[in-house]
Design a binder for this molecule. Structure first.
Ligand code: UT7
Length: 337
């Protein structure tokens, strides 16, 4: 975590994202389960989600997003010193999705021994990754860090549980973090948190060392995402609000100083509550949940790249990122673009 400083030590040099071609609409879901577009849209704001093709794996989506971020940063794959992948849906349990990405990028010139690791902080994975990248660049340990948030959630959700399966989608987002140039632009602060007393509110209970994979795990679908929705909802409203307020206070900024909140897209009603509690006007929240649904760690970097490419985010503007998910883990970052 970094507090405010007169000059940021790192900045985001480029952004990219990838969404699989296949779109699954609420109407499509209506045909296969007891749900409705009216329920999903009114309870969450979601209208559709992207679903990865059968031959696509997590690292494939991550690599697409990484290439786009490298291109937008204007740096070569050879200049990457560290690859951090926030994900809870890696290609395989071991090794990390990050080394699959590294292998893909070596073909483009990335060092054959470039360090790469996954980071498990669920929906907060990107903000955790940004916090680490900022620390590495500030310390001079790395010059350019690729931070990716990627999820292939359609493979780890229970498609017979309408309470969860309608909420999630697949996708990847990436940024390249590099040294700040002394013009005041960059990552001003990051704040990350977790609360293990809330583990049971959002988890995949089986398939790990606590409850190894077995026929029982399979039969009871314990290898898939389980969520106590309202518990997470209430926690999210309070914790996201507090993390945004902490970011503002740490930088001596008022709600009116924020140009864009780029939030985790879990539920538009959560964002409405955060908006009214923080006093940051709704038009300053970038919302794409209607198109992407909840893509966990990919959600903030996808939204960021969309906002940047749409020309909404302009140099010098103040951006607040915030996200919360399984753990419960959450955090915020304040960036001068
Ligand atoms: O990204 C990680 C962080 N995740 C979040 O932040 C998610 C936080 N939680 C939420 O966003 C909300 O809790 C949900 C959207 C998941 C659920 O909304 P809710 O208002 O908490 O609904 P509920 O689960 O209490 O269900 C209300 C009703 C139930 O029916 P009864 O018992 O009142 O008759 C459910 O069976 O809605 C029913 N329901 C559905 N109906 C149609 C639940 N899912 C569906 C569905 N379609 N897909």
């Amino acid at each position: 975590m970094t507090g405010p400083s007169a000059q940021p030590g790192s900045r985001i040099l480029g952004t990219g994202h990838y969404l699989p071609k296949k779109v699954l609409t609420n109407q499509d879901l209506e045909k296969v389960m007891d749900t409705s577009d009216a329920w999903i849209a009114s309870r969450t704001g979601i209208r559709q989600r992207h679903i990865a093709a059968p031959e696509e794996a997590t690292s494939d989506m991550a690599t697409h997003a990484a290439k786009a971020a490298l291109q937008s940063a204007g740096i070569s794959a050879a200049d990457i010193d560290l690859i951090i992948v926030g994900t809870i849906s890696p290609d395989v349990p071991m090794p990390s999705a990050a080394v699959f990405v590294q292998r893909n990028l070596v073909a483009l010139g990335t060092r054959k021994d470039c360090p790469a690791f996954d980071l498990s902080a669920a929906c907060a994975g990107f903000i955790y990754g940004l916090s680490i990248a900022d620390a590495f660049v500030r310390a001079g340990t790395a010059k350019h860090v690729l931070v990716i948030g990627v999820e292939l959630l359609s493979r780890i959700i229970d498609w017979t549980d309408r309470g969860t399966c309608v909420l999630f989608g697949d996708g990847a987002g990436a940024v390249v973090v590099g040294p700040a140039t002394g013009d005041g632009r960059g990552i001003l602060s990051t704040h990350i948190y977790s609360d293990g007393s809330m583990i049971e509110a959002l988890q995949i209970p089986g398939g790990g060392s606590r409850l190894p994979f077995s026929q029982e795990v399979l039969d009871k679908k314990l290898h898939l995402v389980q969520m106590v929705g309202m518990d997470v909802f209430k926690y999210a409203v309070k914790a996201l609000t507090a993390s945004v307020q902490t970011a503002l206070a740490a930088n001596k900024m008022a709600p009116g100083d924020v140009d864009w909140v780029i939030p985790h897209q879990a539920n538009v009603r959560i964002l409405d509550a955060v908006q009214s509690r923080t006093g940051i006007a709704k038009e300053h929240f970038f919302i794409n949940i209607d198109q992407t649904a909840n893509t966990s760690s990919a959600s903030v970097p996808i939204a960021l790249d969309q906002a940047v490419r749409a020309g909404k985010v302009k140099p010098g503007q103040s951006l607040v990122f915030c996200a919360l998910g399984g753990g419960i883990a959450w955090g915020s970052a304040l960036v001068r673009w």
